[in-house]
Ligand binder design. Structure first.
Ligand SMILES: [Zn+2]
Length: 265
C-alpha cells in the first residue's frame, strides 16, 4: 500500500501533518502482554521462535540449519515448491512446456515426489529469498514438538499477546468500524502506508491537485517525487499505488510506475 486518491468533501479540513484520520483510529486497545512481549508465545516457544533469525544472538540462529524432521514438516504443509513443483524428468518438462504455452505458470501442476535433504534446503534458504513467515512458524512448531514442548501459549494472555481489563473492550475493538472521511467532489492524496493519512489539501480538480503535489515535491515513495504529468496520470488513472514496486530491476515509486503503465505487482 502507498498512495491513494480519495474523493472527499470540498470543505473537508484535516491537518496535513502525518496524523492518521481520526475515523481510522480504533479507540479500543488492550495492554500489550509484556510477559511474552505481545507474541502470545510461552517462554519455551518464544526462545525457539526468537532464535530462528537470532536477532539477539546470531550464534543461535537456525533458519539456515533446519533439521530433516523440519524439512518434512514443510513438505507436509506443501511448502518448498522450489524442490517439489519443478520438473525432474523429461515427462515433467513436457507437461510444464505445454502448460506455459497454454498461458499457465511454470510450476509443475503436481508434486514431483522429491524429498530434499536438510542440507539442500539450508543451502537454498541462504541463497535466495529463503523461508517466509509461514515456513518459520511451521519449523518452530516442528522443533517445539521434537523437544517435547507442550506449553505453547503464554499463560498470562492465553496466547493473544494482549490483556484486557474486561472482555467487553476486546469485543468493542473487534467490532469497531472505520469511518471514512466525508465524501464529496474534492480530490485529495492520502498515504495508506499506515491506516490512512491525508497528504495534501483538498482540490476541486485533478489538475490543481497534481500542480500542488508537484510544486510541493510531495513524496510518492520515500524520497522520490513525481512530475506534474505523472501525478496527473496517477490521479486520472489507477488512483492507487503501492509504496514501491520492482520493475525492470529497479525499485521505482508506485506513482511513477503506475503513470508509466508498469504493472502494480
Ligand atoms: Zn502473553
Amino acid at each position: 500500500m502507498g498512495r491513494e486518491i480519495k474523493r472527499v468533501a470540498l470543505d473537508f479540513d484535516y491537518p496535513v501533518n502525518g496524523m492518521i484520520w481520526k475515523g481510522f483510529h480504533n479507540p479500543y486497545s488492550g495492554l500489550k502482554c509484556s510477559a511474552c512481549d505481545g507474541t502470545g508465545e510461552s517462554p519455551e516457544l518464544k526462545e525457539i521462535s526468537d532464535s530462528w533469525y537470532g536477532f539477539d544472538d546470531t550464534s543461535k540462529r537456525w533458519c539456515y540449519s533446519i533439521t530433516q524432521d523440519e524439512v518434512q514438516a514443510l513438505l507436509d504443509e506443501r511448502r518448498l515448491m522450489d524442490f517439489t513443483r519443478v520438473p525432474i524428468n523429461d515427462e515433467h518438462k513436457e507437461i510444464v512446456k505445454n502448460k506455459v504455452s497454454d498461458g499457465g505458470n511454470s510450476w509443475l501442476p503436481f508434486d514431483n515426489g522429491y524429498v530434499p535433504t536438510a542440507e539442500e534446503v539450508n543451502k537454498w534458504a541462504e541463497s535466495g529469498f529463503g523461508h517466509d513467515a509461514i515456513n518459520k512458524w511451521i519449523c518452530v512448531k516442528a522443533r517445539a514438538k521434537r523437544l517435547g514442548i507442550t506449553e505453547l501459549e503464554c499463560k498470562h494472555c492465553n496466547g493473544s499477546g494482549v490483556l484486557w481489563a474486561d472482555e467487553k473492550y476486546a469485543k468493542l475493538q473487534d467490532e469497531f468500524e472505520y469511518i471514512e472521511p466525508p465524501a464529496g467532489d474534492g480530490y485529495q492524496l492520502w498515504s495508506t502506508t499506515t491506516e490512512g493519512t491525508p497528504m495534501s489539501p483538498v482540490f476541486k480538480t485533478p489538475e490543481e491537485l497534481a500542480k500542488w503535489l508537484h510544486e510541493n515535491n510531495a513524496s510518492s515513495f520515500g524520497h522520490s517525487t513525481a512530475s506534474y504529468e505523472q501525478w496527473l496520470k496517477f490521479i486520472y488513472g489507477p488512483g492507487w499505488a503501492p509504496s514501491g514496486i520492482m520493475s525492470k530491476g529497479r525499485i521505482s515509486s508506485g506513482v511513477e510506475a503506475s503513470a508509466n503503465g508498469e504493472s502494480n505487482g
